[in-house]
Design a binder for this molecule. Sequence first.
Ligand SMILES: C[S@@+](CC[C@H](N)C(=O)[O-])C[C@H]1O[C@@H](n2cnc3c(N)ncnc32)[C@H](O)[C@@H]1O
Length: 231
Amino acid sequence: MTLRAAKLIARAEVVLYDNLISPGVLALLPPAAERIYVGKRCAEHTLRQDAINALLVEHALRGKRVLRLKGGDPFIFGRGGEEIATLSAHGIPFEVVPGITAALGAAAYAGIPLTHRDYAQSCVFVTGQSQDASMDLDWTALARPRQTIVVYMGLPGLPQLCAKLVEHGMPARTRAAVVQQGTLSSQRVVTGTLASLPRLVTKAKLHAPTLIIVGNVVRLRDKLNWFGPAA
Ligand SMILES: C[S@@+](CC[C@H](N)C(=O)[O-])C[C@H]1O[C@@H](n2cnc3c(N)ncnc32)[C@H](O)[C@@H]1O
């Protein structure tokens, strides 16, 4: 986290935090801070967001210094925009502190540079989850050569993701990886190709939170893996 985040955590009076917040980060809170676990799992976002927004407003209007503690970056699949829109509508001043989004943290700790002059000049972040549980993505745009794709919340749709990319022209031998619990000591990484990855991931019994990285930058891990044992 940034120094700014650490400073604001230390001054919080009321904290609303998610399930991806580690005990180590919670330990930085002042002992007197009121802690409210809002425990969103991805599938519950739609149900719970209004209640979270209302809590933020309620505590801020009580004159409290409210900290909304999220994993990664609040503006990357984090609903940060929706929450501050609610604050703005109520005239409540706020500050957004950027964080290290899972794609950047997990890629670094997996030894997979997301861009590289030899392999990828662009990188896109997409979510594998949609309102109706389908993977409704712009497959033609995703299947462009020399591009890295990072998929958040994509594990259940991994077979469909790999098949769709191949169907839209990506070579089946394109390298891909799944990183489970990136940056943590429990991190696991499974690598393969678009053809082999779904089978390898099933065999490894990976579970959320995971990130999928697709693109030939994944082959760099063979040389650049520096953190922990390979799965
Ligand atoms: C609701 S999104 C929140 C993303 C967050 N705002 C960020 O910037 O990283 C949650 C998803 O992020 C990804 N994620 C978060 N932490 C992760 C980790 N340590 N390792 C792998 N994926 C992670 C997973 O895809 C997970 O399902």
